[in-house]
Design a protein around this ligand. Sequence first.
Ligand code: NAG
Ligand code: NAG
Length: 410
Amino acid sequence: MSSETENSEQSSRVLAKWLIGGLVIGASVMGFQIFQQKKKKKRPIRVYMDGCFDMMHYGHCNALRQARALGDQLVVGVVSDAEIIANKGPPVTPLNERMIMVSAVKWVDEVISDAPYAITENFMRKLFDEYNIDYIIHGDDPCILPDGSDAYALAKKVGRYKQIKRTEGVSSTDIVGRMLLCVRERSTGDSHNHSSLQRQFSHGHSPKSEAGGSGSETRISHFLPTSRRIVQFSNGKGPGPDARVVYMDGAFDLFHAGHVEILRLARGLGDFLLVGIHTDQTVSSKRGAHRPIMNLHERSLSVLACRYVDEVIIGAPLGVSKDTITTFNISLVVHGTVAEDNDFQKERDNPYAVPISMGIFELLESPLDITTSTIIRRIVSNHEAFQKRNEKKGESERRYYEDKAFVSGD
Ligand SMILES: *[C@@H]1O[C@H](CO)[C@@H](O)[C@H](O)[C@H]1NC(C)=O
Ligand SMILES: *[C@@H]1O[C@H](CO)[C@@H](O)[C@H](O)[C@H]1NC(C)=O
């Protein structure tokens, strides 16, 4: 072979490579354009879910998370106070607070404030036509209208109904039961027995009803915290480079609109909000054996579901130490003006002594005057109504657990 042909072979090989390279680039540019067009043309899938969201808890949040995973945008319908009163008695949480709670859930894209209690055909058409909803989502518990028909029949008929698995382990009825128990025990001064009852509650053993009550206090917690649930609720991201980390700690028991609003303010003061959740023991030692109503894992999930929160410490110590500040590179420690333990400034062991001495502590004006005690007081003032409602609902809860079978999904 002459060196000349060798050279031309080489150069043709180079040319071929160059051509192939160009083709590949050309194809991928075309592919990208097709992808872009598809993306532009493809309308996001909008899904809808409704509820009362009275005494919102991580079970609601988990349902919203699952609903969101069935589409691209989640629209949530919140039932009005009047509709709740007409259908099941006065809500504990007024509409404005329920709207704050639902809007703060990180999987929610839009909120509608006038959802009917039981979905009507008219409203369903409005969802499809005005709100461009593709699918209506509901849990796997049946929703029966007063006339005995399936509330979602229309959506099912037109193939626009999707189902999610019910989150076990918690329900508003369950939480009200825990609170009523706490109130009853306090009124009889039987606090020792209460704390043992509460312990049984959180470990899933059915306590014997010592008060001989209606049975609502014998409800057990079915909550089994799994690592997967925590992961599902987490953002999975640490602070970015140069991020200003804000720290706020507390009990966050019965997570409410007051918590949401102060977390929103706290998040606005930096780039990353780290929330320290106190252990059950810490909360009990500060607020009595009847607290917390929700255990550490339940409280952590509620806080994690909040869009203003970037990360939580599950079981934070009371008091912010130099070590905590260094470990998490905390730039600012905040605390709200409305809290149950704002006598801390008088205490000898001020939990914020270190950040105060470092000049990185700020007391934030709480936007709402609500504490966990406010929520408990509201329930106590509605004691009778709730107890009746509880007994009725408790019966159907019991039936659910008796009849339950394995359902796959998350
Ligand atoms: C719990 O209550 C019962 C009576 O209801 C009483 O006999 C018992 O001593 C109490 N236990 C504690 C630890 O207080
Ligand atoms: C620590 O936080 C400050 C902001 O307060 C930031 O500038 C700095 O980069 C952070 N340090 C690291 C190592 O991320």
